[in-house]
Ligand binder design. Structure first.
Ligand SMILES: O=P(O)(O)OC[C@H]1O[C@H](O[C@H]2O[C@H](CO)[C@@H](O)[C@H](O)[C@H]2O)[C@H](O)[C@@H](O)[C@@H]1O
Length: 246
């Protein structure tokens, strides 16, 4: 992938750490693992979980994964993790000992049924999550507009919110966003006082970039998607792994 057209590469992590403590907030899909044709067929490097754990130790525990996936789903791919985890776009946040820092409810059943029904009718993939539900149209990109209209209408009818991403639109509870996860975690002991840095590839990561900038840190956008709130960029998942020394 070509380098980001507008944003420079970040300074090396080692040089940031020479200046003071750093807290890292890492998106998962498209940042730590390559985008694949569906949520269940991603390829997770064997060394990834161990590498994240070592990086967290290097940062004194100031590392969190902040993902749109549910935390259970993340565990299926990475195994048990002694890390802070924010799933469902920040709607559900756990400390390393699994104490809940933020909890969320499942979506109402009629909403889940409506999403599943729409997916079945149009040949889309419905991803059922603990605290949300996603319609994936990667296999039928021509249905983007129709899928978005349906999801937005359904969300409005039930007082819910939507999150749009790469070939996906999801229904979530209002207030779930990655910036909120950063705001919550930066008040926790391993993160407090450290410079926050958020790395992500998708639209939903912009809230995380903006929160870090507001808190004196910055965002790093991954890939070619133009970012409005990041200060730096890295071209690919491979470059993220290199920058993090995973
Ligand atoms: O916040 P993230 O960790 O980036 O999660 C965002 C969504 O990622 C997953 O969907 C995306 O990745 C899939 C696998 O590569 C891809 O097939 C899909 O098109 C992408 O949108 C995940 O399935 C969602 O639940 C996450 O919200």
């Amino acid at each position: 992938m070509a380098p980001h057209p507008r944003l420079p590469a970040p300074p090396p992590l080692a040089s940031l750490l020479e200046q003071g403590r750093v807290a890292l907030f890492l998106d998962f899909d498209g940042t730590l693992v390559e985008i694949a044709s569906g949520p269940d067929v991603i390829i997770v490097p064997e060394r990834l979980a161990g590498g994240l754990q070592r990086l967290s130790d290097r940062l004194g525990g100031a590392l969190a994964l902040v993902t749109g996936r549910s935390i259970d789903n993340l565990h299926q791919f990475l195994g048990p993790l002694q890390l802070h985890l924010a799933g469902s776009h920040g709607g559900h946040v756990l400390a390393p000992d699994e104490a809940a820092l933020r909890e969320a409810e499942p979506l109402p059943e009629p909403v889940t049924n409506a999403l599943a029904g729409f997916a079945a009718s149009f040949g889309l993939l419905f991803e059922r999550k603990a605290h949300g539900g996603a319609l994936h149209y990667r296999a039928r990109p021509e249905l983007e507009d129709e899928t978005h209209s349906f999801a937005i209408g359904l969300a409005e009818a039930h007082g819910l919110a939507t999150k749009a991403g790469k070939c996906v639109i999801e229904l979530v509870w209002p207030g779930a966003d990655k910036g909120g996860a950063v705001d919550l975690l930066i008040g926790q002991p391993p993160f407090a006082g450290a410079m926050p840095v958020f790395i992500g590839d998708d639209v939903t990561d912009e809230d995380g970039f903006a929160a870090c900038a507001r808190l004196g840190g910055f965002g790093i956008a991954v890939g070619e998607r133009p970012s409005t709130a990041a200060r730096y960029s890295l071209a690919s998942v491979k470059d993220v792994h290199f920058w993090l020394d995973l």
